[in-house]
Ligand binder design. Structure first.
Ligand code: ASP
Length: 329
């Protein structure tokens, strides 16, 4: 081989190495957030333009707030917490203020958060007085030796952690109260939309976090706990695969271990995010359950399949425009 050819070969090899490196560098530095505000019977026919606008604007606010945390170099945990807190504070969603009522006419909130870097997690069930459950989940993860607390004990810990404690009236909205009456009157025919909130974020350091917050299901009884506070069912995050937050009929999500299953399909079967997410929703459909998930992987890919008529959802990944959607498209 003459020197000229050899030099050309080296140049091409170097260029190739550079391109692979650049592609990797770019992929690794992608960051972003995906959120949901619940899946269920959400049809355009039953939605006034004002209400649609209100949902979109609140989703946009939560999305942008989470994204800005990431853009400024903040952690995925901070982004998830900030986005979920905004939705908890809004009466539009079934989390924090605006949560659905139990059969006894009380509010009982469930919540969880997970750190994909360390696989540590915090969760709480049956909260009646904690203004922002997502803040408590984070405190449980970081400041307690446990993963999951319930009821009064969880609230005692919340007080010790100086979180804001409120009366049950704070959570009350007329809409949810009327929904309870409708469900009580005609449980079988009723198709109340859900409205749980969740978020998954990937930060600039490649750390994934996921969180979910809910009032559970309208007319729930006997201290029922759904999937949202259960790690592996309603929430999961692992830096090696993805982060997931679910919304829907919790009993099915628990039995299928939905959130962890998405991660497991990627880990053990080499599925890509979209395939894994669709597979678990297909399984949910086959079992007769309804709902959806949002998922974000370590490369900034997103998936948000659901088998209901709508799911409030939005995502903003670096390098592309934010997207907000409600209905099936
Ligand atoms: N998954 C929640 C639960 O079963 C409800 C929902 O997402 O709408 O408690």
């Amino acid at each position: 081989m003459n020197n000229f050819k050899l030099l050309g070969g080296i140049k091409i090899a170097l260029l190739f190495i550079f391109m692979v490196f650049a592609a990797n560098f770019y992929a690794q530095n992608k960051f972003g957030i995906i959120i949901h505000g619940g899946a269920g019977t959400i049809n355009k026919e039953n939605m006034s333009p004002e209400k649609e606008e209100a949902y979109k604007s609140k989703l946009g606010e939560a999305l942008l707030t989470g994204y800005q945390v990431l853009e400024n170099g903040g952690s995925s945990l901070d982004a998830v917490e900030a986005a979920i807190k905004i939705m908890e504070d809004s009466p539009l969603f079934n989390a924090g203020r605006g949560a659905v009522f139990t059969a006894e006419g009380t509010i009982e909130l469930d919540v969880s958060i997970m750190d994909g870097k360390t696989l540590s997690a915090g969760a709480a069930a049956g909260l009646k007085h904690v203004k922002n459950p997502i803040l408590l989940a984070r405190k449980i993860m970081e400041n307690s030796p446990h993963v999951m607390l319930m009821g009064e004990g969880a609230e005692k810990f919340a007080e010790e952690q100086n979180l804001e404690i409120v009366d049950q009236e704070y959570f009350f909205t007329k809409e949810r109260w009327d929904a309870l009456q409708r469900v009580k009157e005609n449980e079988k025919k009723s198709k109340e939309k859900h409205g749980t909130v969740g978020a998954v974020a990937l930060d600039k350091n490649g750390n994934i976090a996921a969180g979910t917050s809910t009032g559970g299901m309208t007319n729930k009884q006997w201290g029922r706990v759904g999937d949202s506070p259960i790690i592996g069912a309603g929430t999961y995050a692992d830096n090696n695969t993805c982060g997931v937050s679910g919304t829907g009929h919790g009993e099915y999500f628990i039995r299928l271990g939905i959130a962890k299953d998405v991660s497991a399909l990627m880990e053990y079967k080499n599925y890509n995010l979209q395939q894994a997410a669709e597979e678990v929703i297909n399984k949910l459909t086959r079992l007769g359950g309804t709902g959806g998930i949002i998922a974000l992987d370590k490369n900034g890919n997103i998936a948000m399949p659901f088998n209901t008529s709508g799911m409030y959802r939005a995502y903003y990944i670096s390098g592309s425009e934010p997207v907000i959607k409600i209905y099936k498209e």
